[in-house]
Design a protein. Structure first.
Length: 113
């Protein structure tokens, strides 16, 4: 069954991490489709076009015809970064957003490791 690999913009591509994760799990995937986002990948999976590798955060809105199966310790790690200019005065909403992100990251770190 072909694997759908998500391609998000020009800079983020599971096209490389999917084969690497599969190889580490002991098999070589047959990638037949590329998706521009995780919802598109879920749509392809929902109609039987294959399977997809996605981070836990990408399936918070799960398609009703898709079942999520954890691959446990074989899952590749994902790093999410927050970048901001240093020479800028931040609006209160920006400060609150950053604080919320950092708080959630600390609270849920165990869910993703």
């Amino acid at each position: 069954m072909p694997t759908a690999a998500a391609r998000l913009g020009a800079r983020v591509c599971l096209c490389r991490s999917t084969p690497r994760a599969a190889h580490n799990a002991g098999f070589e995937p047959s990638i037949g489709f590329l998706a521009n986002d995780y919802q598109e990948a879920q749509a392809m999976v929902s109609v039987g076009m294959g399977v997809a590798l996605a981070p836990k955060t990408a399936v918070a809105l799960l398609h009703p015809e898709v079942k999520v199966i954890s691959i446990g310790d074989a899952a590749p790690l994902r790093r999410i970064l927050l970048a901001q200019r240093q020479d800028k005065v931040y609006a209160p909403a920006e400060v609150a957003f950053q604080s919320t992100l950092l708080e959630l990251a600390r609270e849920r770190a165990g869910d993703y490791l």
